[in-house]
Design a protein around this ligand. Structure first.
Ligand SMILES: Cc1cc2nc3c(=O)[nH]c(=O)nc-3n(C[C@H](O)[C@H](O)[C@H](O)COP(=O)(O)OP(=O)(O)OC[C@H]3O[C@@H](n4cnc5c(N)ncnc54)[C@H](O)[C@@H]3O)c2cc1C
Length: 369
């Protein structure tokens, strides 16, 4: 049976979902509201379960030459003294490598997986469901019917609103700062310094570049800083370890808020949400892309199993994916809560038990999806 499938959004989850569908024998349409020339900045950390899912999508080979491998995750106090370390290589042994790379490079790999067939500058404006079919209105005024619409349109998803699966995303209360640093100090391990309701994380991302990610927990109503570079220096200027040398080398900083999406259901009739549209969390555990890739693998599998019964396939998808994504959200909250304990209490506890506590947060994800 030839299913008419539309994937809305060509970010990480839309491109991965389109690849998962192609691997399963389907040929989805993919639309993206932004122009093709918009490449994402910053870097991204992909833990071992992201690599495993990419392998199942047949995309691990083009990824292999990109970025830098992460073997260890070092947690330090704000002065740069060790708290504990996680052996990432041992944690993900037999699953997949952990890697940090440029988001633009990852996007290129995912694009090759869909044969480059994305219709850019095209947004979905409206959606109506009747008799098990989705009637979609595009920004160029065209209307088209689909047997399945996959909403991969991110945390501010239009598809989520139009299909009445949920309302706006909920802010996590974190402001995040990202930067790619050329040169800078030599750093070979993923390294995170924990401050007071803040953290500064740095990792090598290939070609002698560093990917820096910093965050702070803020009170409700506090606006984004007008000058993110200045704010980064205010927050982390007295940190030790590699931070002073990195702050010296930083040129441009992106600032953003993070949100959470929590839904009762991810599907209704012929509409399914995947990726951040369905289950965005704060990026503390770097599981956003991994969950999107796993969604893509499972979507292909459930549709191949019952292509003539889409509601059954989508119910099977939710049954397999929801508990795992809810686990990621719970572990993210746990990590963020531990991070926000006052350093005088937190740091001695992490020196004693950090490896066990933080390592356990990934244990379930090492198991099959
Ligand atoms: C600061 C930060 C750091 C992070 N770090 C990591 C990390 O290290 N590792 C990790 O795994 N994850 C990380 N994440 C999370 C990860 O980036 C997200 O989980 C992932 O990008 C979600 O991808 P997505 O495709 O679901 O959504 P998005 O990336 O938001 O993509 C949605 C796409 O849909 C398009 N779109 C929206 N509406 C429409 C419409 N109506 N019609 C057509 N197109 C539309 C948008 O233009 C966009 O291209 C981080 C997130 C943040 C904010």
């Amino acid at each position: 049976m030839t299913l008419r499938i539309l994937v809305v959004g060509a970010g990480i989850s839309g491109l991965a979902a389109a690849r998962g569908l192609r691997v399963a024998g389907f040929r989805p349409d993919v639309v993206e509201e932004l122009p093709a020339s918009m490449l994402p900045g910053a870097g991204i950390h992909l833990p071992g379960n992201a690599t495993r899912a990419l392998r199942q999508l047949g995309l691990d080979a083009p990824l292999r030459p990109l970025g830098d491998l992460i073997f260890r995750q070092l947690f330090l106090d704000s002065t740069g003294e060790p708290l504990f370390e996680l052996d990432a290589a041992a944690l993900w042994a037999g699953v997949g490598e952990s890697r940090a790379l440029s988001r633009a490079d990852l996007q290129q790999v995912l694009l090759t997986g869909v044969g480059g067939e994305v219709r850019y500058d095209t947004a979905v404006r409206d959606l109506e469901i009747s008799d098990g079919v989705a009637k979609v209105e595009f920004s160029d005024g065209r209307m088209q019917e689909y047997d399945l619409v996959v909403g991969a349109d991110g945390r501010r998803s239009t598809i989520r609103t139009k299909s009445e699966l949920g309302g706006p995303a909920v802010p996590t209360g974190q402001i995040v700062y990202r930067s790619v640093v050329n040169g800078g100090p030599r750093i070979s391990d993923w390294t995170s310094l924990l401050g007071r309701r803040s953290s500064f994380t740095v990792m090598p991302m290939g070609s002698r570049r560093l990917y820096c990610y910093a965050d702070e927990t803020v009170d409700e109503g506090q606006p984004n800083p007008a000058d993110p570079e200045k704010r980064l220096r205010e927050l982390f200027g007295d940190f030790g370890g590699p931070v002073p040398a990195i702050l010296d080398a930083i040129e441009k900083v992106q600032v953003a808020r993070t949100d959470e999406v929590m839904l009762e259901r991810w599907s209704t009739g012929p509409v399914l949400l995947v990726g951040d549209a369905a289950h965005a969390t704060a990026p503390t555990l770097a599981q956003g892309a991994a969950m999107a890739f796993e969604d893509a693998v499972v979507l292909g599998e459930v549709l191949r199993a019952t292509p003539d019964d889409i509601p059954a396939a989508l119910a099977a998808f939710e049954a397999r994916r929801k508990p795992r994504c809810e686990h990621v959200r719970a572990q993210t909250h746990e990590r963020d809560n531990a991070r926000d304990v006052a350093p005088a209490l937190r740091d001695p506890m992490l020196r004693r038990r950090g490896r066990e506590m933080f390592g356990d947060q990934f244990r379930e994800l090492v198991g099959p999806m």
